[in-house]
Structure formats: structure tokens, C-alpha cells
Ligand binder design. Structure first.
Ligand code: KIV
Length: 262
């Protein structure tokens, strides 16, 4: 999958399916599906490392996830998420992270910021790297938002999200994630920009959707937003398998002769 194929799908009004992924084994399975885009998201901080937010994520850990996913899913369009403050210190510093992600095999980078990052976004785009923006509920701004809350509900916030998205387009981004915004705003952005709009909690009138793979698979979570649809309940399946294993071990039924070197 490449950027032109994604643009063709957008032009043909064919919805694009994106999922997050962080590890080799899951990426290998995802590579054999119809999923078009993979986001190696900084949500890894929460679902892979048990952090309370994405703020503790750093470039080294992200790079490990990017490398693992690239190896597992060579056929997918892979977007690497710039972690908290990795693009805030200087353009040089940000470009080191971008370089590391791209050389690891990502096809694009995503960053959660607009104001104050215009020069950087332009610089990345002019370096030949597709950039995906992210507006609405940007989790790296959680301390300013005061929690994981829907954005764009009042007129000021609605107008700001619209203006930020137009700015991202003007800066040369190819796509934008719209997270937790009213469906009508997401639709307006989709109609009024050329960006490939990828929604999460942004309704259905967008070019594609993204979900955190752990949410889709039904891993346990202390917080389940209304936009999540669970397609599997791995928590239940894992517990069943783990308990069956314990029972087999305790009853001397594992391993059997076939599973032993006789
Ligand atoms: O890090 C992430 O998983 C994300 C998605 C929620 C869009 O940014």
C-alpha cells in the first residue's frame, strides 16, 4: 500500500481502514488482512507499557515498536507517531526522530500539534516525508484539556479545529486524524479539505477510521469510550486458555507423551 493508492481510495470514496499496532506478531497477522494503514501510535505507552497517558512515551521505545511492526507488516502503509515533546525542542532534534522512524521503514509520520509547529511540518514535508496531522482530542494535550473529553463542541473550539485542519492542509499534510469531535465537524472537514480524514470518535462521514487494536480485540481497559466497538473478547479467551493450562499442569496432563522427547 502506498500514498497514491490511499489517495485513489479517497477519490473513489472507498473507506480506508486503519488500526494501531505495536508488535511483530500482531503486525504479521494484520499484514494478512485488508487493513490498509497501520498506526504505530504512542498509545503504546498505555496499552503496551501500562502508563496512565501517552506522555511518558519516548523515541527509543517508539522506534522499537516501529521496527517490529515494519518487519511484520511489509505490505501496509505504516505511520509512526511522534512522541510527546520529541518535536518541540528544535527542528534538528525533531528531524532526528523523523529520520529514525523513516529509516526504520515507516512511510509517514504523525504529530499532534499545529500552532508553533508550522515551520517544522513544512520542513518535514519538504524533506519528502508524508505528514499526518491530528486534531480534536490530542492526548498529548491531556493536561490542558483536563481529561479525555470530546472537543469542538463549543463554537470557539469548533472554529479552532477547522482552522487548524485548514492550516495542516496548507502546510502540505496528506492526512489528518480527527479524534473525538462532533460528526458534523468531521464531515465538514472531509468535504472542505483534500486531506485524507481518518476518524476516531468522529462519526462516519470521513475517509476512514482508526481504532486502537487492543480496544477492538477486547483487552481489559479501565476506560472504554463510546466510539469503541469490540470485535472480540480476548480477555475472556486468554483467561480461559491460561486457566486450562494451569489445570493441565496441576493434574499432570501437560505435557503428554507427544509433547515430550521420549
Ligand atoms: O496513538 C494513537 O493510538 C493515536 C490514535 C488514537 C489515533 O493517536
Amino acid at each position: 500500500m502506498n500514498i497514491n493508492e490511499l489517495k485513489t481510495k479517497q477519490a473513489n470514496k472507498e473507506k480506508i481502514a486503519m488500526l494501531t499496532c505495536y508488535d511483530f506478531s500482531t503486525a504479521k497477522i494484520m499484514n494478512q488482512t485488508e487493513v490498509e494503514m497501520i498506526l504505530v501510535g504512542d498509545s503504546a505507552a498505555m496499552v503496551m507499557h501500562g502508563e496512565a497517558s501517552t506522555i511518558p512515551m519516548d523515541t527509543e521505545r517508539m522506534l522499537d515498536h516501529v521496527r517490529s511492526v515494519v518487519k511484520g507488516a511489509p505490505d501496509k502503509f505504516i505511520v509512526a507517531d511522534m512522541p510527546f515533546l520529541s518535536f518541540r525542542q528544535s527542528i534538528d532534534c525533531a528531524m532526528n526522530t523523523v529520520k529514525a522512524f523513516m529509516q526504520a521503514g515507516a512511510h509517514a509520520i504523525k504529530l499532534e500539534a499545529v500552532d508553533g509547529h508550522e515551520a517544522l511540518i513544512k520542513h518535514i514535508v519538504q524533506s519528502g516525508i508524508p505528514v499526518m496531522g491530528h486534531v480534536g482530542l490530542t492526548p498529548q494535550f491531556i493536561n490542558q484539556f483536563g481529561g479525555f473529553k470530546v472537543q469542538g463542541k463549543d463554537q470557539t473550539s469548533y472554529d479552532k479545529i477547522m482552522a487548524d485542519t485548514l492550516k495542516l492542509q496548507q502546510l502540505g499534510c496528506f492526512s489528518v486524524v480527527l479524534e473525538c469531535v462532533p460528526a458534523e465537524l468531521a464531515q465538514k472537514i472531509t468535504l472542505e479539505t483534500d486531506l485524507i480524514t481518518i476518524g476516531i470518535g468522529a462519526g462516519n462521514a470521513v475517509d476512514g477510521q482508526v481504532l486502537v487494536v487492543h480496544d477492538l480485540l477486547g483487552y481489559p481497559s479501565s476506560f472504554s469510550p463510546k466510539f469503541v466497538r469490540r470485535y472480540l473478547h480476548v480477555e475472556h479467551l486468554f483467561k480461559q486458555a491460561f486457566n486450562q493450562y494451569v489445570q493441565d499442569v496441576k493434574q499432570g496432563q501437560f505435557p503428554n507423551d507427544k509433547e515430550s522427547y521420549l
